[in-house]
Design a protein around this ligand. Sequence first.
Ligand code: GDP
Length: 297
Amino acid sequence: MAFESLTNRLSKALKNITGKGKLTEANMNEMLREVRMSLLEADVNYRVVKDFIEHVKIKAMGVEVMSSLNPGQMVVKIVHDEIVELLGTQEQGLNYKTAGITTVMMVGLQGTGKTTAAAKIANVIRKKQSRKPLLVACDLIRPAAVEQLKTLGASIDVEVFSLGIETPALTTAKKALEYAQEQGYDTVIFDTAGRLHIDEELMQELADIKAAVHPDDILLTVDAMTGQDIVNVAQSFHDQLAVTGLVLTKLDGDARGGGVLSVRAITQVPVKFVGLGEKIDDLDIFYPERMADRILG
Ligand code: GDP
């Protein structure tokens, strides 16, 4: 599971302070140094770590006046709350329209789990929210992405709209919306093309689809295995497309996880879903509080 070493290091750092009856500047500084090292080692972006430690420090200074917990426990609670803050405080679902078809555009680099996430989301909103989703195959770049989406769609009983790989993605997207209208679908999820790296052509194609379908959500898939680099990738997508939410994928792997923690803090965009495995049911709505509990062990 991602975050394992972060969890181990943080719990060691915090154990030292919970045992202390009294907080001194020295043991507080020692603990903050350990927390800082734990986060950096887990690949959390240094700017994010700096702000994090600053916030904990400020809150911890007032700690001795609060008496329900011992000072050490109080500091642990502050670190916990700060992690929740970092993750986004509240769970957030899709931005459904109150009337008309809700459109969701999946974007991200190739291999991050975009196609899989599109199907997983369709599955979860159909089963748990009684939505009627249509999946649209607009990833014409990766060989087999269309077939992959069709296979996934069939396995979850969700229709996949495709005009084949010869038709431009933009045309497919427009036609899909008309089709959804005719057939009474209420949510349309567009799987778009990724690349191994961001390039202008990719961004232009995505911008064109965005202009045509006016997405209520643009979800960026962020692969936990990517590490530090993910912050720059996410920033580029966000600058050019104004992303509205994140899907953190492959949290079941042994990634250090810091990259995905940083992405939310830097883009200020909520995490909406987390991918926890390759199977179609391995997707969860993102609960910051639960994730913070898991990270702290
Ligand atoms: P795309 O190129 O972004 O559309 O990526 P795919 O959806 O094809 O996913 C790439 C690979 O990652 C596939 O082998 C998926 O099964 C796998 N994958 C996707 N999400 C997860 C996840 O949450 N956990 C794990 N372990 N694998 C995942």
